[in-house]
Design a protein. Structure first.
Length: 196
């Protein structure tokens, strides 16, 4: 999947970072790289007062690398089910929380609402979920997991637990729980805010 380096909804900090990278490329084409890097460090008009952190100490990059490590065994687990990781998240949330409206489900499953709308139609056609209108508010769509969807979840319970146990062994039970708590705090505290 190709991701555009900057989208309108991203933070001002992300835009500044992107502009800085463009400046580095432009300057490197005209000057010695070390010279252009020094010029970039001194540019106050783009908000750069210090050099960028090493990529090994960059939170966004660290999270992306960790995500790939975490998702690799999960993708392997899902290979035989015919489900994408996004569809798996939808079923997991519905199995855990029961019927819910589509906007709440999109948020809980970490999906954009338009993506869930398209995905739900496919999952409904496969018999994994149901889609109904809220009798009290016809504008709201309610989504629930079907017995067939629950069967898929139950068939992968042991494999999912084994993956989780592997992560716990890798970093230790205490650090595992601390990591989840810290990520939860980060997610809650940056909700609706610009992130670095």
């Amino acid at each position: 999947m190709i991701i555009h380096p900057f989208k309108a909804k991203e933070s001002t900090s992300d835009l500044t970072h992107y502009i800085n990278m463009l400046i580095v490329v432009e300057l490197s084409n005209k000057f010695d790289f070390n010279e252009s890097t020094e010029i970039l460090r001194n540019r106050s008009d783009v908000g750069m007062t210090n050099r960028l952190p090493l990529t090994t100490r960059s939170l966004p990059i660290a999270l992306m690398r960790a995500r790939e490590s975490v998702m690799a065994p999960i993708r392997e687990m899902l290979a035989e089910t015919g489900l994408s990781e996004q569809q798996w998240r939808v079923l997991r949330v519905l199995a855990e929380q029961g019927e819910m409206d589509s906007h709440s489900l999109a948020k809980q499953a970490c999906l954009l609402f338009p993506s869930l709308t398209r995905m739900a139609a496919t999952m409904n056609a496969k018999g994994l979920i149901t889609q109904t209108r809220d009798p009290k508010d016809r504008r709201r769509q309610l989504i629930a997991i079907t017995p067939a969807g629950l069967t898929i979840i139950e068939s992968r319970v042991e494999a999912a637990y084994a993956i989780a146990r592997g992560f716990r062994r890798k970093i230790g039970d205490d650090d595992y729980e601390t990591l989840l708590d810290l990520l939860g705090r980060l997610s809650a505290e940056t909700q609706g805010q610009d992130t670095l």
